[in-house]
Write a protein of this length. Sequence first.
Length: 400
Amino acid sequence: MEKARFKWVLRERNRKIAAKTEVFTEQQARRVRSFHSSFKEYSPTPLIELTSLAQHLGIKNLFVKDESYRFGLNAFKVLGGSFAIGSYIANELGEDIDDLPYMRLVSDEVLSLLGSKTFITTTDGNHGRGVAWTANRLKQQAIVYMPQGSAAERLANIRAEGAQAEITDMNYDDTVRYTSELAQKNGWIIVQDTAWDGYTRIPLWIMQGYMTMALEAYEQLPVKPTHIFLQAGVGSLAGSVQGFFADIYGSSCPLTFIVEPKGADCLYQTAAANDGSLHSVTGRLETIMAGLACGEPNSIAWEILGNLSDGFISCPDYTAAQGMRILGNPLAGDTKVSAGESGAATVGLVAEAMRDERLSDLKQALQLDENSVVLCFNTEGDTDKENYRRIVWDGAYSRE
C-alpha cells in the first residue's frame, strides 16, 4: 500500500526455516560477545527507555539501543568488521576464534605466523571506520573506498585510523564491485557486509558480529517487546537481529518490520515483487540515510528477512529527519539520544505512523496501539556533524 509517500508490504512468516537461522543463535551470540569483550574498549551500549515519548505517541513503551557509544566510534558497524577480521585470521591459522582474543591476535606468535595482510572494503563511513580501526588495532593494513557524495568528516575519521581511503565517483554498489576487483587483482582480503555468488563466508561473519548488539539488548530489556523495527541497507544488520530474536523467541517472536529509504529500498522491492528473485535499485541512490543507501540485497540476509519479517516499509527522508529531531530534543524525563540519519529512521517511522493521520492505514498494518512495546536500534550517532546540525538545528527535510 502507499500513503503520504510511504509504501509497505506485509509478509506471512515461514515457520519452516529454522535451519537457515542456525548460525544466529544465542549460543553463537555469546561466543561473538566473548571475542568483542577481549578488546579493552568494549562495554555494553545503553538501552534507553523513552517512557515520556511512548506516552506521547500512544504506545505502552519505547526502548532504543544506543550504538553511538560503541567502542568510541559512534556506530555499531565495528562489531561486524572486527569479528570478521578476527574470524578470518583464526581460519588462516587453523584455530578457533574462541582461542584468539585480542591480546593473542597482536602477539608476536600470531603476527609472525600471519604476516602482513591488507583488508579492503567499501563503505558509506561507519563500516569502513570499523574495518580501519580493527586493522589498526591488529597491526594490519586497511584500504577503504567510499561512494560518491560521502561526507568529508566520515572520510577523515577513517584516515585517522591509519587507513588509505578515498571517495569515488560511483554509487555504493558499483564501488563494491570496484573494490572486489582490486582485492582479486592484488591478493587483498575484501571485508564487505553483503554477499554474492562465491562470497559468503566473510559477510556471514560480519552479520554474526552484529549479534553482540542484539544479545546486549535482549539482556537489558525489562520486558519482552511486542514490536522490533530494524533499518536496512543491504539487510545485514536486520538479518542478524531478526535471526537472533527468532532463535530466542521462536514462534512467539515479536512483530518485526524492516525500514528503508525510498531512494534505496531494495528489500521492499524484493518483498513487493514476491517472485523468488532479488530486486535491485540502481542509479545514484539518493537519500540522506547514507548508511542505508545500498541498492542490492545481501542474499544471506534475505533468506532470513524474506521468511521471518512481518513487513517492509519504504519511507521518505523526512522520516529519519523527524526521528533525529525527536531523539535529540527529548520530552521531560527522557534521555537525549544523538542519532544520525540512518540511526533515527525507525524511531521516525514509529512516530510518523502514530502522529500523522494520513498514515492511519500504516499504523493499523503495523498493529501499533496502546499495548505496544517497541524496540529500535540507534545504529549511529552524529557521524556527519554538519548534516546533523542542518537537520536538528535548522529543520532541513521537514515533513512533506
